[in-house]
Write a protein that binds this ligand. Structure first.
Ligand code: SF4
Ligand code: SF4
Length: 347
């Protein structure tokens, strides 16, 4: 498809035009963090820093109401009915300014919540009405390892539009018909030779990342080290079970369901859950099959690098964004753990 060039100063007017029909979520500064916010009110959009939070919250919110309930009138047999009203999301959205790893995270979500076998109505309603505009990474961070998990700083999978940065603006390419419609709203000029220059720059970014990790033995070795609790205790020793790694992760999709309200009326909520917390697998009996941090970290690694790939055609449930590494208060580095699994040998 044709490439166009959008000046940096024209990004805001473009966002405003898109926002006439859709909610545009774009990265903005809030305190020390860069977070996605609905951008129709002149917020300054951050174009050069990878967002601290992941775009998953736009299609899978941290908290959402699934339904509301009210107590019905009594029946002749003495029973009392409950009336429920589903609160399916509506409205169109744009995720602006995700990085390629964030777009890949959405594809990992799709395998779980919106595919030919399973359709989570709430997730699907948002996802099918959301378009993704991705900025290629010219300067990957030291914690990025997308090149080890099947991605790249200029990977376009899962995006409707790719933006390739240059100093004064972005070369933009629409990859879907939805992307074409959005791009038609941008003040722009033909990209000409800038397209070659911008794409070459983005393509070269992978060379700054070092060699990809060898993960070829991880699945086999995970089976070997599964029962070696000392191995998992060593790697989870520093973990505080705070869960920030799961909350910021673009591919962590676990949730909990709670009801709020009274006997008369209330709502049913879905909220993100955190597999690193003690309560995650606590059973009503008091038994907890993952009572130790070592077991919980083992599960987190196993889920991303073994169990998910076994279910989903060898695709990993990690997009290599490095958020869990930069945000961990105890400097737990998932790359070191996966490398240790890969190199595991029984002594
Ligand atoms: S962010 Fe670090 S300390 Fe917190 S749960 Fe994850 S690994 Fe543990
Ligand atoms: S596990 Fe860490 S590096 Fe992998 S996708 Fe999640 S936050 Fe990113």
């Amino acid at each position: 498809m044709n490439n166009i060039f959008i000046l940096r100063k024209d990004i805001d007017p473009w966002i405003k035009r898109m926002a006439e029909e859709r909610t545009v979520f774009a990265p903005v500064h809030e305190g020390d963090a860069v977070v996605y916010r609905a951008c129709d009110s002149g917020l300054r959009v951050e174009l050069d820093t990878m967002p601290t939070t992941s775009p998953k919250e736009i299609v899978f919110p941290q908290n959402e109401t699934l339904l509301t309930y009210t107590r019905g009138s009594g029946n002749e047999d003495g029973s009392v009915g409950v009336e429920t009203t589903e609160t399916l999301p509506s409205g169109k959205a744009v995720i602006f300014g995700t990085r390629p790893c964030g777009a890949r995270g959405l594809l990992i979500f799709d395998q779980v919540y919106n595919n030919e076998r399973i359709r989570d109505a709430y997730y699907a309603a948002r996802r099918e009405n959301t378009l993704t505009i991705t900025i290629a990474c010219n300067r990957p961070r030291p914690t990025c390892f997308c090149n080890s998990v099947g991605g790249a700083p200029d990977d376009s999978k899962g995006s409707d539009i790719m933006l390739y940065p240059l100093d004064d603006g972005f070369v933009a390419e629409a990859l879907t018909s939805g992307g074409e419609e959005l791009l038609a709203l941008a003040p722009s000029s033909p990209a000409g030779e800038k397209a070659v220059k911008a794409k070459a720059k983005a393509g070269q970014a992978i060379e700054t990342m070092g060699s990809p990790m060898d993960l070829s033995e991880v699945r086999k070795k995970f089976d070997l080290c599964f029962t070696d609790l000392a191995f998992w205790e060593k790697h989870s020793g520093k973990c505080l079970s705070c869960g920030i790694c799961t909350y910021l992760c673009p591919t962590c999709y676990c949730f909990n369901i709670t009801d709020e309200g009274s006997e008369e009326k209330g709502k049913r909520l879905r909220s993100w859950d955190n597999c690193m917390s003690f309560n995650f697998t606590a059973e009503a009996s008091g038994h907890n099959p993952r009572s130790a941090k070592a077991m919980r970290l083992r599960n987190r690694i196993g889920h991303k690098f073994v169990y998910y790939p076994e279910l989903h055609e060898d695709r990993l449930a990690c997009c290599g964004c490095g958020r869990c590494i930069t945000a961990c208060p105890s400097s737990v580095d998932i790359r070191n753990i996966v490398k240790a699994v890969q190199e595991y040998s029984h002594e």
